[in-house]
Design a protein around this ligand. Structure first.
Ligand code: PEP
Length: 246
């Protein structure tokens, strides 16, 4: 059983509509109960729902984040995009940057670095995703990939106090497969070792659900979880938090 502050970040990806808001009532009630322990809840809905989530969560302690942002610090002629200032302005306090689903669309470490810098300037907390693909894992390149992602992604960012690193092995996302505990422990340790000073908080993401949380919560160097599929069910999301604290 853990007694530390743990972060539970719900990544709704491209799911959810106005009807989904009702399902959050359960989470709001839960967030006000004792069962939440020291859990901190953050929801990252699609852009279209941020404003509605903000209204819904106004009187509770659930935070909101964007799922990505444009790299430009300023407004500009970028059709279809949203920057970090706009996210902050609409009530978000967090933003996910570097998710593998965005990296697959062509986002590279340099672009991610720019996004992170401007998100920090906009006073957002950054959930910086890193992780190796299955091919890279098989070629035993996990550590070199993570090193590069961290080195370039956080290039010239001195103050890392508002950065969370989410270790999300690409092969674990949406597959139902999670890393072996000993491997995860080792990788999180490795990530922490990359920081001379106090390391950022490290989250794990990839197929977290109410069943495997019992094993994952025992890995004591993890500061929380980034949860995709399971977070779209309020029941499962609440279960994950509850089981972390029992
Ligand atoms: C994610 O996409 O960040 C994620 C962790 O997804 P899932 O939980 O569905 O694997």
């Amino acid at each position: 059983m853990t007694n530390k502050y743990m972060y539970f970040i719900a990544n709704w990806k491209m799911f959810g509509d106005l009807k989904s808001l009702k399902s959050l009532d359960k989470v709001i009630k839960f967030s006000k109960s004792k069962n939440i322990g020291k859990g901190r809840l953050i929801y990252c809905p699609p852009y279209t729902l941020i404003s509605s989530f903000w209204k819904k969560f106004k009187n509770c302690q659930i935070d909101i984040g964007g799922q990505n942002c444009h790299e430009s610090e300023n407004y500009g002629p970028y059709t279809g995009f949203v920057n970090s200032r706009m996210l902050k302005n609409i009530g978000a306090n967090y933003v996910i940057i570097g998710h593998s689903e965005n990296r697959e669309q062509g986002e590279n470490d340099k672009l991610i670095n720019l996004k992170i810098k401007n998100a920090l300037k906009a006073k957002l907390k950054v959930i910086f995703c890193i992780g190796e693909t299955l091919v890279e894992k098989r070629k035993k390149k996990t550590q070199s990939i993570l090193t590069k992602q961290i080195k370039v992604g956080l290039y010239k960012i001195k103050n890392k106090s508002n950065i969370f690193i989410a270790y999300e092995p690409v092969w674990a996302i949406g597959t139902g497969i999670v890393p072996k505990s000993e491997d995860l422990l080792k990788t999180i340790k490795f990530i922490k070792s990359k920081f001379k000073d106090k390391p950022p908080k490290i989250l794990y993401g990839g197929s977290v659900n109410p069943h495997n949380i019992k094993i994952l919560k025992e890995i004591n160097n993890i500061d929380g979880f980034l949860i995709g599929g399971a977070s779209q069910s309020s029941k499962k999301f609440i279960d994950i938090v509850k089981k972390t604290y029992t």
